[in-house]
Design a protein around this ligand. Structure first.
Ligand SMILES: NC(=O)c1ccc[n+]([C@@H]2O[C@H](COP(=O)([O-])OP(=O)(O)OC[C@H]3O[C@@H](n4cnc5c(N)ncnc54)[C@H](OP(=O)(O)O)[C@@H]3O)[C@@H](O)[C@H]2O)c1
Length: 315
């Protein structure tokens, strides 16, 4: 598709945007207190998620992001159900449980492949760094999975610049590139610009996959101090009372630009991420309407001065 590029220095070609499937899946199969079931309020239906995927595929957005942990496997199961025989790129993550060690990687990958109904995943990511999981050891196991043809590209998530470099060096010993680091990045969460992660990504040729590019829905402009979102997210940044002035400030700039371009605030927020070099956003979409709005962000561009005005609103 137009605008496709490789994922890091791998040969996996990816669209400029993916779709996040964290809150997809059958809620009745998710444990009662699982974040995928509770963080965003009511989960959308199978029909909604099927329609959202159809919209994305139509627009060339053929990369889905999930994780073994989301809904305790429910998200992967749903992605598998919706993508049988469909040409999509699937990114998932290890481990399945918070306290799991590196040694559980081979069996966790097998379980993910079964749920996803696939022989291999296009991108396998370490979900987050933890002190009890040695980075070189987990990268050795990732390299074995690549050699076995079960993984096409290896990525990490929530890794600092230092941890990324360690993963990059460990994979290089196997002749493999580190494809991506998936971190939170949006107009309201710009830490990668100052904590060295964006810089390390560019230096090492690693794609920065931006999760929560709509700041959990805050950058859609539909929430305010009098209209709070459903689910646990309402108790966290950027929805707490003390965060509201900043949110209202950036939403106001988004609305001005949205009006000028005949677009929506969500599309302005996604454009800001899309126009950061080597950054690939993966907005979540609960239904076809949200997916349509999000993928339509691919069809226009903001000027440098518009980007600067948005950045200034959250500097
Ligand atoms: N690696 C990690 O640690 C990590 C952590 C979090 C997420 N992720 C990944 O990143 C993906 C995206 O993050 P996210 O889903 O948490 O946050 P997000 O993409 O910032 O926000 C998604 C939510 O915003 C609302 N929304 C989306 N598009 C909309 C539109 N056009 N109009 C109105 N509302 C819209 C929907 O919720 P409402 O309609 O209910 O508002 C949707 O669930 C996840 O699916 C997951 O794959 C990774």
């Amino acid at each position: 598709m137009t605008g496709s590029r490789t994922l890091g220095r791998t040969d996996v070609r990816v669209p400029p945007m993916g779709v996040g499937a964290m809150v997809w899946g059958d809620p009745t199969s998710m444990p009662r207190w699982n974040p995928a079931r509770n963080a965003y309020g009511p989960t959308s239906s199978l029909a909604d998620q099927r329609a959202a995927l159809a919209v994305c595929l139509n627009a060339g957005v053929n990369m889905l992001d999930t994780a073994a942990m989301y809904g305790a496997g429910a998200s992967e199961r749903r992605v598998g159900e919706l993508t049988v025989g469909v040409d999509v790129l699937v990114a998932t993550k290890f481990p399945a449980r918070f306290l799991a060690g590196a040694g559980s990687l081979p069996r966790t990958l097998e379980a993910s492949l079964r749920r996803l109904r696939r022989e291999s995943v296009d991108l396998y990511q370490v979900h987050y760094p933890v002190p009890w999981m040695s980075i070189p050891k987990v990268m050795d196991l990732m390299a074995e999975a690549v050699a076995a043809g079960k993984v096409r590209a290896v990525g990490v998530s929530n890794f600092s610049a230092k941890q990324m470099r360690e993963a990059h060096a460990a994979l290089a010993r196997h002749g493999l590139p580190l494809a991506s680091n998936q971190v939170q990045y949006s107009l309201l969460h710009r830490a990668p610009e100052t904590n060295g992660v964006l810089e390390a990504c560019r230096e090492l040729g690693v794609t920065l996959i931006a999760y929560m590019p709509l700041a959990s829905g805050a950058l859609t402009g539909k929430y305010s101090s009098t209209n709070r979102p459903a689910g646990w997210r309402q108790y966290r940044a950027p929805f707490r009372s003390k965060d509201m002035p900043r949110l209202e400030r950036v939403n106001a700039v988004q609305r001005q630009l949205a009006e000028r371009y005949g677009r929506t605030p969500s599309q302005i927020a996604l454009r800001w991420v899309l126009q950061q070099p080597d950054v690939l956003p993966i907005p979540g979409a609960k239904n076809a309407r949200q997916a349509t709005e999000n993928v339509s962000a691919l069809s226009f561009e903001l000027t440098q001065s518009d980007l600067a005005a948005l950045s200034a609103a959250t500097d």
